[in-house]
Write a protein that binds this ligand. Structure first.
Ligand code: ATP
Ligand code: MG
Length: 341
């Protein structure tokens, strides 16, 4: 346990691996927006160093960085108050990742389920970056001595590892330098599942666009995707994650989007047909996303503005992280030049 009290600071990020989807929105971004009212100090990164842990075309990566920036603003990230920046523009992330990597036993990394999921049967062919992803993620948060990390449930294991790495650094250098960051996970939308397979999480990187609702989808596409969403042949609608994962996921989405308890949602639809339920669900999603999508489209027309916001964010982020990195380098004992006489 860390003895010191650290100033509360939020850090989280999203990869520019594609458009934001409903899972990102309900599991993370909506929480990021709400946290701005509770914490003075929120930092949100567009994590392009993470994105290249799997192959990316340079053109789509650059474009997705603008798209994610526009989406975050459209969702309600206040870039005057909070810091929003592209990860690769602050070099402290990569540098600190190296230092923390030297504190991380391989045994800890071998337990990480995201690596196993993403590498699949191709582990020997996967890059070191994908394996080291959670070390870089630790550096992202610890470079700001952030105390709280709002993420979806899929990232909980990485935040736990981050706490272990921070603890290992503090122990090895006998200094209470890093806080042990706490995950903040939305209980109602911790893990939104794919619309095609209720046992797989909704992801930007899923091959099928029908597996997810993107924040950029128009009303027609949203309605079509919900209509095509997998359900089952059991009569009536009930919440049973084990036996009816797809239906449970749709109920969860309705409840979370509408801020209605799961019990009330089930009560409302238990006698409805699937088509009526899916219609109600897509109406709800369309109503919530329409203003976000139209704001996002507007912002995407103004790259100069997005560029300015990202540049200012990068400067503010760099001012904090470069100072922390200097301190870490001193702790580690890296060479320091004497002042020029
Ligand atoms: P990728 O498939 O490229 O990893 P992703 O959809 O997992 O993309 P990330 O950028 O990795 O998105 O994650 C951004 C944030 O969204 C993280 O906090 C993550 O935990 C959260 N998140 C991602 N998918 C879901 C989901 N299906 N349900 C809830 N939260 C999610
Ligand atoms: Mg992910």
């Amino acid at each position: 346990m860390s003895e010191k009290t650290f100033k509360p600071r939020i850090f989280s990020g999203v990869q520019p691996t594609g458009n934001l989807h409903l899972g990102n929105y309900l599991g993370a971004i909506r929480n990021w927006v709400a946290l701005q009212a509770q914490f003075d100090d929120c930092i949100y990164g567009i994590m392009d160093l993470h994105a290249i842990t799997v192959p990316q075309s340079p053109e789509s990566l650059r474009n997705a960085t603008y798209e994610v920036a526009a989406s975050l603003i459209a969702c309600g990230i206040d870039t005057q108050k909070s810091i929003m920046f592209p990860q690769s523009s602050v070099s402290a992330h990569a540098e600190l990742a190296w230092i923390l990597g030297c504190q991380t036993p391989l045994g800890w990394l071998n337990r990480m389920t995201q690596f196993k999921d993403k590498a699949g049967k191709q582990q020997d062919k996967s890059g070191l970056g994908l394996y080291a992803y959670p070390v870089l993620m630790s550096a992202d948060v610890l470079a700001y001595q952030a105390t709280h990390v709002p993420v979806g449930d899929d990232q909980k294991q990485h935040v736990e590892l981050m706490r272990d790495i921070a603890g290992a650094f503090n122990r090895n250098y006998a200094i209470d330098y890093f806080p042990l960051p706490e995950p903040l996970i939305q209980p109602t939308a911790a893990r939104i599942m794919s619309l095609r397979d209720g046992r797989k999480k909704m992801s930007k990187s899923d091959d099928s666009d029908y597996s997810r609702i993107n924040l950029t989808d128009d009303a027609e596409t949203i309605a079509l995707k919900f209509r095509k969403a997998k359900s089952d042949t059991i009569v009536g609608i009930s919440y049973d994650v084990e036996n009816r994962p797809e239906v449970a996921n749709l109920l969860q989405i309705y409840s979370s989007l509408g801020n209605i308890s799961l019990e009330k949602t089930v009560e409302q639809f238990e006698h409805a047909s699937f088509s009526d339920f899916k219609q109600a669900l897509s109406d709800l999603a369309i109503a919530q996303f329409a203003p976000i999508t139209s704001e996002m489209r507007k912002l995407m027309q103004d790259r100069a503005y997005l560029d300015k916001v990202l540049r200012e964010g990068a400067e503010r982020a760099n001012a904090i992280a470069s100072e922390k990195l200097k301190e870490v380098k001193q702790i580690v004992g890296f060479f320091e030049f004497l002042p020029i006489p």
